[in-house]
Design a protein around this ligand. Structure first.
Ligand code: OGA
Ligand code: NI
Length: 356
């Protein structure tokens, strides 16, 4: 197996490029013309991801969430029970961290082995094109992987706020799992059971996209689907950035203040036998505003093989994916970085040729 010991070349934080005042971006950040942000974007006047009120009638919520996961793989939730003050506090604290001096941040520099800490790239391919974003990655669950010593010590409020935020998002994620199960016509606890019950996992990635002098040439995060179970994302609402793939076009998400953006990730696509879609998304950057987002990745237990749930495998819908543990699965993105949906595609079972 390839070793994920270190980065292939020295890491340059994007924030230091942004703060250098240069009017152009280095060649390594320039995407090929067909991958640049503007031309394929369709206006949000024609389409947008569904907004779902979680305080509505539970049957109605399950049904609307179920159709959002089939059609978009994405939705926003309001009245989700997490205190907006805590949401804002978490965002402000992390913004504070990214505005600490570079020497402080670099004490937490990460390696591709676990990705824990402060980083600026995904993938270890030497000479790869890079994205215009920095991030901080940390483990929340299982308890054996959570180590607050690896979280920034400054600002002072960061560790307690992040801990409280993570516990609230864990509760919300488990609640959403029940809704997702019902939306598939399964019993409420079924998806959680497939995730290993209380052996579920969670990580947090705080993304920081500094201002970019040439936003039309690059991306903050290249197209990818999330490898885990489900993502609960909080974004800054003063600037757009996230785009979701829909029918071949890129739809810009208009964040509703105090909402969370939820998306199905690869493991739930596998468990649902392809009924729920883990959809590609990407991030645009801006020349006038920096942007912070907090992606809470809710994941299955990492060492149980995941395959389509038997109740969803019926004669008309044979199993679409081969079983794999999440530990094996996430090595791919750790090595290759964001590569669209290529990984989940690689698990697809190719129907056997019929010999006549
Ligand atoms: C991610 C992601 C979107 C954003 O971190 O996987 O897709 O808006 N983030 O930053
Ligand atoms: Ni993502």
């Amino acid at each position: 197996m390839d070793r994920l010991q270190d980065w292939p070349e020295p890491i340059v934080p994007v924030q230091s490029l942004s703060e250098s005042g240069a009017r152009t971006i280095p060649a390594r950040y320039i995407k090929p013309p067909n991958e640049r942000p503007s031309p394929t974007t369709i206006s949000n006047f024609h389409a947008s991801i569904p907004v779902i009120d979680m305080s509505a009638d539970p049957e109605h919520v399950a049904q609307t969430v179920g159709s959002a996961c089939r059609e978009w793989g994405f939705f926003q939730v309001v009245n989700h029970g997490v205190d907006p003050k805590l949401m804002r506090c978490a965002r402000d604290t992390w913004r504070g961290f990214f505005h600490e001096p570079m020497e402080i941040k670099q004490q937490y520099a990460n390696s591709p082995k676990t990705y824990e800490g402060y980083g600026s790239r995904l993938g270890i391919e030497k000479g790869a094109l890079l994205d215009w974003g920095d991030y901080y990655f940390l483990h929340v669950r299982p308890p054996s992987l959570m180590n607050q010593e690896k979280w920034p010590a400054l600002p002072n409020s960061l560790r307690p706020t992040t801990d409280e935020y993570a516990q609230e998002l864990l509760k919300l994620s488990r609640r959403l799992m029940r809704v997702l199960s019902k939306g598939l016509g399964l019993k409420e606890g079924r998806l959680q059971e497939a995730f290993g019950g209380d052996k579920d996992g969670a990580c947090l990635r705080v993304n920081f996209y500094p201002k970019c002098p040439q936003p039309d040439l690059t991306l903050g995060l290249s197209p990818h689907s999330d490898p885990g179970g489900m993502t609960v994302l909080q974004v800054d609402d003063h600037v757009n950035g996230l785009q979701v793939r829909k029918d071949g076009a890129w739809v810009t998400v208009q964040p509703v203040p105090n909402s969370f953006i939820i998306n199905i990730a690869d493991q739930i696509e596998v468990l649902s036998n392809g009924v729920y879609k883990s959809v590609e998304h990407r991030v645009m950057v801006s020349s006038t505003a920096e942007r912070l987002s907090m992606a809470f990745f809710y994941n299955p237990c990492s060492d149980i093989p995941l395959a389509p749930i038997p109740e969803l495998v019926i004669p008309d819908q044979p199993p679409m994916f081969q079983p794999m543990t999440f530990n094996e699965y996430r090595l791919y993105i750790r090595k290759n970085g964001p590569k669209g949906k290529s990984q989940v595609e690689s698990l697809k079972i190719v129907p056997k040729a019929v010999h006549v």
